[in-house]
Design a protein around this ligand. Sequence first.
Ligand code: BGC
Ligand code: BGC
Length: 638
Amino acid sequence: MKRTTYLLLLVVLLVSCAPKSRSAPYKDPSQPVDVRVEDLLSRMTMEEKIGQMTQVENNSISPYYLFSPSEIAKYFIGSVLSGGNSSGFYLLADWTGLAKSYEVEAVKTRLGIPLIFGVDSVHGFGHVNGATIFPQNIGLGATRDPELVRQIGQVTAEEMRAAGIPWNFAPCVAVPQDIRWGRTYEGFSEDTALVTELSSAYIQGFQTVPKGYGSSDGQTLYALATPKHYIGDGGTAWGSIHQYMYHQYMLDTGDTQVDEATLRRLFLPPYQAAVNSGAMSVMVSFSSWNGVKMHAQRYLLTDVLKGELGFQGFVVSDWGGINQVDPDYYKAVVTAINAGIDMNMVPYYYQMFIDTMKQAVMNGDITQERIDDAVRRILRAKFMLGLFENPYGDSRLAMTVGSDEHRALARQAVRKSLVLLKNDNNALPIDKNVSTILVAGINSTGVQAGGWTLDWQGEQRNTLVGTTILEGIQELVGPNTQVLYNNLGQFASFSGKAPVGIAIVGEVPYAEGMGDRADLTLYKVDLTVINALRPKVDKLIVVILSGRPLVITDQYQTADAWVATWLPGSEGAGVADVLFGDYPFVGKLPYTWPRSNDQLPLNINNSANLTGCAAPLFPFGYGLGSAGSQPIEWLNCQ
Ligand code: BGC
Ligand code: BGC
């Protein structure tokens, strides 16, 4: 052998035996999360840290719009969110592409820290038309079924993960005490214990890594849930007014005027359970507690949540919530960050936030320790999510989005959420072979789904992929049954009387304070529908689609049966399943049902001793068909 060949062999041998150049500990998934966090933190500049604390809204920075994606890298942006509006993006591929376009920029940065993309999938991945849309939380509250809710959490995580979106601003763990609030349907119930049980089941389902998935790379969080809005969002006083653009919100984002013991008793248990269930992000409420904005409440955010409850995750502000703390932006930022907010949902003017933060750190108004604590918490969640190893979506999951299996779960949830309020003359269940059924009123998947579906305020048109209640009825009836439909109940060409009529009435979609409403009686158009149908049918069944109990006292006697279906989502056929008796009514009221507007606010915490005409129309927990419940005794209280 030639000498040169010997030399070459020697070099090859030496190189292969030399110790491997070890990569940074933070890049090593076999290291404990805390080791990775500390290692990464020690490498970061102040600018990189402030970037992690900044969450920008998609339309303000999107690569698809005016701004350049390089802003992500330039400012080391730690998170992007899409608000309620889908901005015309309704396909899974759109969302997968959007999330990836940001992530690509983030992982290019010096330290390659992935960003985290978040959306509100409050009842399924509502931005995507074709995703599985579950009943809104109020309906899940009626099911009283934590195992079902756990599965819904898991399916929602799977559908979001398919698009590479690991962060959900849900579950809403509000305990609404006044159903005039536009977010009543986002709460499982007015009962603290029920909210606590169901929301922690949701978090466990949403966050638990399914067996055999990702475990090899140390991922311990499947996706990130966000119990919100901390704390007391459901306890605001009517008229503690908040101005939102041209709208005056009467309850939403208002003031919760209770002593600390009441605040803790009514609203804290869901957060303690959430922390115990492994929640790693919590969103702050827009509302105030006794006149002080929650975004400024250091005691509640830092001492109680992070200290007493032992919360290890990060606190995210609500949409521009920090700006509301003080008219002076510098003061607002300093107060809120020092109160304990770790990530700011800015959402628009991120450079201004970043500059303000730098200034505050330079001035010593925000300490290095506070910044490190915030960044540590954010990085911890990102490591647990496995984002450093797999920052993009999981295309294997795309097949599951809106799959038959997922829709079957949603349909089951719909069936279990229905509450039978009245059933005289054996109006229910309906015989599938009856000659004629006249159906009137709402026939729209959009209305069934309510707010936070396709758009912030929801979609009234029948464009959401799924089945309407009418379609469910048509699917189930016998071959000789004719089903006639008219939205206003006009059946001029039908002579005589049909054995059965179904009026589908309720609320148009809304979200947040846009749905604050003092008058909860049925809309005029619904009265028209009911009155038009009544003389045309032997038995009249009224089906209510709404985000809360409505005042139906004046119409109660007009119909033989009343069914509350809440906001069932994409699988309207689940309502028909129960109307025809294929499944029983098992739902129980998650909220007290008032007799009149004048009684409001009315809930289990203030109605216990009310009797006769002062009592609710239906008490909390009421529901025919469920064991032990009796039809109410009708009281004429005019
Ligand atoms: C956004 C929502 C947000 C709301 C805040 C809307 O434009 O789409 O996500 O909650 O503004 O008021
Ligand atoms: C809402 C939050 C929501 C956020 C982002 C806010 O207006 O209060 O519930 O998560 O917008 O859409």
